[in-house]
Design a protein around this ligand. Sequence first.
Ligand SMILES: Nc1ncnc2c1ncn2[C@@H]1O[C@H](COP(=O)(O)OP(=O)(O)OP(=O)(O)O)[C@@H](O)[C@H]1O
Length: 440
Amino acid sequence: MASLPGLNDSLHPADLGVDLNEPKHVSITAGSEWRVDVPQESKLTIKVHSGVAEIFGTELASDVPYVFQGTKFAVYAVEDAEFEWTSPELTSHSISSDTNMKFIYNVHFALEKLRVSSFEGPRVLIVGESCTGKTSLAKTLCAYAIKFKAHQPMMVNLNPQECIYSPPGCLTATPISDVIDVSSSTWGQSMTSGATKLHNKQPIVKSFGLEQISENKERYVSTFQQLANAVRGRVQNDSTVRRSGLIIDTPPLGQLSDDFSELKEIIYQFKVNAVVVCAKDDTLALKLNEHLPVETLAIVRLPTSSGVVQTDDVYKRALQRNAIREYFYGDFNTVLSPYTIGVDSDMITVWQPKSVLVQSDSQDDLLPVEINASNLQHALVAISYASRRSSSEEVSASPILGFALIMDVNDTKRKLRVLLPVPGLLPDKAMILTAYRYLE
Ligand SMILES: Nc1ncnc2c1ncn2[C@@H]1O[C@H](COP(=O)(O)OP(=O)(O)OP(=O)(O)O)[C@@H](O)[C@H]1O
């Protein structure tokens, strides 16, 4: 039948005889990977039937369903593998043998050699421009480190837009003591989640609070200095973590100063002894070789895999939203019950990090926030350990107790509704406003 004007074949109704939930079977040969892009609103279930397959270094158990939502990844076949997948809306997937896995193996075995030859493990800094596979490499190296030996590498995340065992806006350091949750975009549950399917992790969390590092570079530097201090303490007291070393993921280089000043400070603070440059060619590695203290550093380049996807802001925001939701409500494996409380507006004190986007003559790093709906409605706030009446410097230097979400601000009644991850009264502590909002 000829199409009506303005209508074409793509508008024909779907064939109702096709069962979209019917599992499809895929076989991948050793050394190849199945790349997939799961949209936010869609789910994908994978079950391995035979062979050895892994996702960013973590091996998948046989005949166990893994569920994914709103994520991009690859299933890599270490040995010929067969698996089934089910997803009603999955459109984008492909198989490729063009991977950078042999280079990743080389880096891993070089790190392994350092771990067995010294009590002080390798301290690796991963750098590169945006979307060059830095975080995927960090995850793979952590997963390989714990695969065969009782190592506990410390995963340090210095990209505040990334959510690794934390909501967005944080810099974190987490000893990877057990298997990484491959289905979770935040790498798995942390201590806040209570009982979890997999062993939960204990991150050290510092809140930067702003979205862009360029809004306040001094605060960014002082936040990672505080984190480095905490990491030093942990490494000194834990010989397993010390021997396993640090894997440090960084923000895209474009977000840092052109003179590499923050990078040099990171290298100094975390006593970095190896730099892995994720890039398609040698240009950046050669430049870093000129500017960084090469006497104490080994610099190597890891070619970026053709599978790495150029993600956009919409995708990154969706991951940040998911991380906030997971922090309070859990995921489909572990559902949490957060707790809403009512508070008077004069019972809370909120500060916000100084930003070039907010005009102020103050020299302080934190500025007081007026409690009203336009400032706080739906805002994610960090609860500090500093008491409500502490000075701005004390709050700025204080560790983070946890996060709360301001659900509602009633300016007329001067009341707020606040969501906390655990039941109880709102702690009598100062809060720091983050740049992140969450609307259910
Ligand atoms: N081999 C692969 N197949 C499919 N997707 C991949 C592969 N490797 C990485 N990705 C995806 O590509 C995206 C970008 O990778 P990744 O986050 O590792 O880069 P990045 O350099 O850390 O990015 P950013 O600069 O944003 O921090 C991620 O969504 C990641 O899951």
